[in-house]
Design a protein around this ligand. Sequence first.
Ligand code: ZN
Length: 661
Amino acid sequence: MITIAGLAAALASCSDKTAKNEDFKYLVDEFADLKIMRYQVPGWNELSLQQKEYIYHLAEAAKYGRDIIWMQNCKHNLEIRKVLENILENYTGDKTIEDWKGFETYAKRVFFSNGIHHHYAEDKFIPECSKEYFEEVMASVGEADRCAGLIAVIYDPAVLPQRKSTDKTGDIVAESAVNFYEGVTRAEVEKFYADMTDPSDKTPVSYGLNSRVVKGADGVIYEDVYKVGGLYGPALEKICSELEKAAAVAENQTQKDYIADLVNYYRTGDLKLWDEYNIKWVNDTLGTVDFVNGFVEDYNAPLGRKATWEGLVNFKDSEASKRAELISESAQWFEDHSPVDARFKKKEVKGVTAKGINVAVLAGDCYPAAPIGINLPNADWIRREHGSKSVTIANITSAYGKAAQESPRNMLSEFAWSEEEIAFEKKYGDLTNDLHTDLHECLGHGSGQLLPGTSPNALGEYSSTLEETRADLFGLYYLADPKLVELGILPDGEAYKAQYSSYIRNGIFTQFTRIELGKKNTEAHMQNRKLIADWCYDKGLAGNVIEKKVRDGKTYFVVNDHEALRGLFAELLAEIQRIKSEGDFEAGKALVEKYAVNIDPELHKEVKERYEALGLRPYGGFINPEIVPVEKNGEIVDYEIVYNDDYLGQMLHYGRKYATL
Ligand code: ZN
């Protein structure tokens, strides 16, 4: 599973950690509904030469899978991409006219989506330049022969209208443009796999994950397996070759072992080896470097059985991990001093160390639209018996936030009350936001205990919202504790105020940009934030703790008294913990129903209109930095990270270097 940011992260991050490199521009291009960013790779220079070499080959292995995702998304994608590349590289006509601009934007969108359908909305998008112009440009670079076939695929709205069909009444297998099936119906596919699987199997093989299902000329249905010598063979061969080079310089024997399994799996297509690989991979917790390379996620598949190819390489973020370790080491102190009733506290508490990572390359389905978190493997039985790895991608999250600040008009400038508040948030926002997440994950969820006899399921349908509320409050309460300054995690006793102000602003108001007008607030995390913000607003009315101000017809929520707000967080935390420890369903239900669900229609309308007027691009993706070998006297002595800001340049470079199919 992956966590995607899209709209969410762009909105949630209203902060700007002081970058080491002040000149680094995160936002490099904007077009259609997309923005292109780049990310930094902090900590690269602290890696050993061997680690860099390991990452380099893993990154090459990731990039060699590029053509696979293009082919998987739709069978015409790769051919169209080659035409676009040819035009972009060789067309010599006038590039100042509107038609050319329309063509170029189309090309950029196709590169972004790894195909001709929107990466998120599934619909095919049509070029803004005319069909005649497109044909003319194609002919001028020697592509006239392909026009007849491709122009209809590109321009006719009735041809392959959706990547994964959203038509709930039709046959989603037959109607989807994805290239997982050929000539078969949904019923045929379901029967094909039902015959193959044994429902009583406790360790079921993920049949179908790495194959295309085809009905042959004789009417017989068979699987075309992705493997060396099979479907996508030339790409997988390149991947295997780079993986073997990587294994030679891996950090430890476990890594060498599972890379060998992965290579064997790519060579044979045997899904049992894929499971073995995953089990070894999930148990490797010692390495600094880690990676994903394979047919992993099934979001794009009409029946969820087929995985798209993805790759990314990452290494542990030492700064973020150090912070999480420091907090976890003091877990008992935090538990003992929390503002909840002593009966509900754990006598012995263990903190969890969340792992923050930085990516060094994004590839396949993770490129350019990148996830911000990953939780793998996906097979339920492996997760149950062997656990899973869950990480947040620190440099991607951070780049989202910083790029958002680079837009002249952004959420913070629109919704913060004063210049002072904005400056404060720019100074401390990133740090306190990350820290709040750490406190939530490392301590919040693990704190407290149920009274003997209380059922863990007592809170029923309200349990996830109340659980997230509890973890968030634990984090909010401790953000303002002098202990964090003492531990050296926060620079001073003022920093926490940035997170308090932005948390309230988001919870009570700005998060509803993501909800359609007239709809209720239903997602657990969004409910929790609203519950906390609205409850504190209500309880703090008399003391004017949070004030609703209006200026030029625009509403703002301003925290006037941060210390008093901390007192309210403590009070609510004590109550939520009581509800959980005692299993008080009615009290939990009452809180959620009163504070978390219903959005004030006037405020909702206002926030949507103001957001709309900002004209922000809802989707984002990233250019990779290049990892460049440095040679001296014929020997590689280092690998350097080179940042570039040329989106189309990178796409064309990848098209030349990593073309395999
Ligand atoms: Zn949580």
